[in-house]
Design a protein around this ligand. Structure first.
Ligand code: TXA
Ligand code: MG
Length: 352
């Protein structure tokens, strides 16, 4: 077992020496987890096949689930993609650095281990000083999935990374909380119109304001029967240890009644109930007999809900409930990504 090195840095002014140390590990083929604005990533040299393979091993990730290559300049994209359309160039100029991943046709030189055997490659430039400095210092494109054990919620703190991967990776750069809290939006630019394969930090509305009409992979809104075009989206994900029951968005008082009814039923059967709710819901569910309540912020500030969601799921696990009842949200803006993640975490969805 490795001893995982923890490098604590100032997120806004990361110390040169520490970033150099991390970059050296990457150059030598090691694994370094690092903060981005979305979630923590588990990075390796994207050009070193063996290093990339060790990412899959550390996470227990299925090998057909491709990785995102992280860059610190648009220039680097031309070494990875076989074709960069004017539209692709514009999308990168507008949304990078930021929580948007673009899928482009890939060059033969890109390892099939990175692409999961596909002829496309996913690329993003993160908006985080630590991530950008690390990539720039290593002078390499860095392949990085979220730094969690496969199936678990993505990490938004270095301690989440350590809880999953301590002893399995060389180092983690602790740069505080990942602010967005949900992963990047994955946009396939190889189809016309472009298609959102995974909703995320950049909303559909923001993308449409620049690109016009967009497709959304039918598997995202579907009943689970379609096969998603982003291989990773087909796996159950983000799962807390206890089953999570998601109450779809509706009027607050009706959602509260449903949560109360379900909770009473579980308590009657001797089950330990935990709640994952908004500030507005909190006063309405006071009477419920519960072992843990996690509030994520206001329903009117979906960015706050997104920011706390994965940490909230991990915190609930620590109370070892038998069941988690979770409030649903509107699908406007980042709400589409929030509901996508909650649905993937859920073992049952209650419609209102
Ligand atoms: O915000 C993020 O995107 C974070 C941070 C670390 O950058 N990364 C992340 O990576 O979420 P990961 O590996 O957990 O999710 C990548 C998603 C998966 O669903 C994968 O299947 C999809 O992107 N993907 C990667 N390459 C693809 C490709 N060529 N075509 C379609 N989907 C692809
Ligand atoms: Mg992931």
């Amino acid at each position: 077992m490795l001893r995982t090195l923890v490098l604590k840095v100032d997120p806004d002014k990361p110390e040169n020496g520490l970033i150099k140390e991390a970059a050296q590990i990457i150059k030598k083929g090691g694994l370094v987890a690092f903060p981005t604005e979305t979630v923590y990533g588990l990075g390796a040299n994207a050009l070193n096949d063996e290093a990339v393979r060790s990412i899959y091993k550390a996470k227990g990730r299925p090998s057909d689930n491709p990785l995102i290559v992280h860059v610190s300049s648009i220039e680097q994209v031309y070494h990875l993609a076989s074709e960069v359309s004017l539209l692709a160039r514009r999308v990168m100029e507008v949304f990078w650095p930021g929580p948007l991943t673009v899928v482009l046709p890939c060059k033969d030189t890109v390892s099939k281990t990175v692409t999961g055997g596909l002829d496309t490659v996913a690329i993003r430039m993160p908006k985080h000083k630590v991530a950008l400095t690390l990539i720039g210092t290593a002078q390499l494109p860095i392949a990085a999935p979220s730094a969690n054990t496969s199936g678990k919620p993505s990490p938004t703190e270095a301690e989440h990374v350590l809880a999953d991967l301590a002893g399995r990776i060389d180092a983690v750069i602790d740069g505080g909380s990942a602010k967005v809290g949900l992963e990047s939006t994955v946009l396939d630019l190889t189809s016309d119109p472009p298609v959102i394969l995974r909703p995320g930090g950049v909303s559909k509305e923001e993308l449409e304001a620049v690109l016009g009409h967009l497709g959304v992979d039918s598997a995202i809104e579907g009943d689970g029967s379609e096969i998603p075009r982003a291989p990773g989206m087909k796996y159950r994900h983000y799962s807390p240890a206890a089953p999570l029951i998601l109450i779809e968005d509706g009027p607050l008082s009706i959602m509260a009644d449903v949560i109360k009814e379900l909770a009473a039923d579980y308590v009657k059967r001797g089950k330990r109930v935990a709640l994952l709710i908004s500030d507005e819901m909190y006063p309405l569910i006071q009477d419920i007999d519960k072992v843990e309540t996690t509030t994520l912020g206001s329903r009117n500030q979906l960015e706050d809900i997104a920011g706390g969601l994965f940490g909230g799921l991990r915190r609930l696990d620590l109370a070892h409930p038998d069941v988690i009842l979770a409030e649903g949200y509107s699908k406007q803006g980042i709400g589409l990504a929030i509901m996508n993640r909650l649905k993937k975490a859920a073992s049952k969805i209650v419609e209102i």
